[in-house]
Design a protein around this ligand. Structure first.
Ligand code: MG
Ligand code: MG
Ligand code: MG
Length: 306
């Protein structure tokens, strides 16, 4: 029986490429594995798959009775609903440790670095398995996406080294130019509904019994959304009700200006103001230098609910 390998809900490029890369590595090691995904592919991920000639993994949202590897998450809120009826064989991740637990020993590769694909690159090296050219190209772009072309505070020397080595394997010298092309694809907002923008990179967190939703849009120029902020806030209000959230945030991250506009709808907005040391005006504030949800948003918001 095959083991399924997948990333978090609302999959990003790290989740999709990570599932493909880890399944490939495990297959090379003689363990039958199938990469899957929990949701739709983003425009950015589609760009990466097309560039290197890969198909999207199959959709799988129920895993009861299956053996699984998790990539890029360990939070129950980002797992299939029936994850507790699956056997977790391993976790490969670069986030805070989540609330999933196991009944049996597991393989665990969690490191405080910029991307799960960097961890997987280290696994390939550690097992002495060669990375095929096209897979290397996808892993390289996944790392450049998660680290925002090395600008994110999550980026480490391990990530830049991995990108350089992968670029040599795939034969793409000007990887920064290719990454910029990818971010332009990622930045497209024309014709997208407010809801699709508010859920483009959406994650839910349980913070001491309180449900907090945090969405992020990484864009080359966030002024493209200047005249849609009121509409985005209206939709956040609706989302908060529908999903029973205490707080819902959308971060409009400008990767060139290296900061984010925060849109916030909360039962206790003063807690969000305290978390970031800002005053919200019309549910909005500029967060200078804030680019990473996992390193600069979750760690300051979570203590407010202790
Ligand atoms: Mg991710
Ligand atoms: Mg990641
Ligand atoms: Mg990300």
């Amino acid at each position: 029986m095959a083991t399924y390998v997948f990333g978090h809900t609302t999959p990003d490029s790290d989740s999709i490429v990570g599932a493909i890369a880890l399944a490939y590595l495990k297959n090379q090691l003689g363990e039958e594995c199938i990469a899957t995904r929990q949701g739709d592919i983003s425009a950015e991920t589609e760009f990466i798959l097309n560039k290197f000639g890969f198909e999207a993994p199959e959709l799988k949202t129920s895993v009861a009775g299956e053996k699984v590897y998790l990539v890029d998450f360990s939070d129950k809120a980002q797992a299939p609903k029936d994850i507790e009826e699956a056997t977790i064989l391993g976790i490969v991740d670069h986030h805070k440790l989540g609330d999933l637990t196991t009944d049996t020993p597991l393989e665990c590769w969690i490191r405080p670095i910029g991307c799960s694909n960097t961890v997987i690159k280290e696994m390939f090296d550690s097992y002495g398995v060669e990375i095929p050219k096209n897979l290397a190209g996808m892993m390289m772009l996944a790392i450049l996406s998660d680290t925002v072309i090395f600008k994110s505070p999550t980026c480490t020397k391990v990530d830049t080294k991995a990108v350089k080595e992968l670029s040599e394997i795939c034969g793409i010298e000007d990887y920064k130019a290719l990454a910029m092309e990818m971010f332009i694809v990622k930045s497209a907002v024309d014709g997208a509904s407010a809801r699709s923008l508010n859920t483009r990179d959406y994650k839910e967190f349980e913070m001491n019994g309180i449900k907090v939703g945090i969405n992020q849009l990484e864009m080359v120029d966030i002024t493209a959304l200047d005249n849609r902020k009121a509409e985005l806030l209206e939709d956040l209000k609706a989302m908060k009700e529908e999903k029973g959230l205490h707080t819902v945030l959308t971060l409009l991250t400008d990767i060139m200006k290296e900061g984010s506009t925060l849109l916030c709808v909360s039962d206790e907005p003063q807690k969000i103001e305290a978390a970031f040391g800002v005053k919200l005006q019309n549910n909005e504030a500029w967060l200078e230098g804030v680019m990473s949800r996992k390193k600069q948003v979750v760690p300051v918001v979570q203590p407010q609910f202790k």
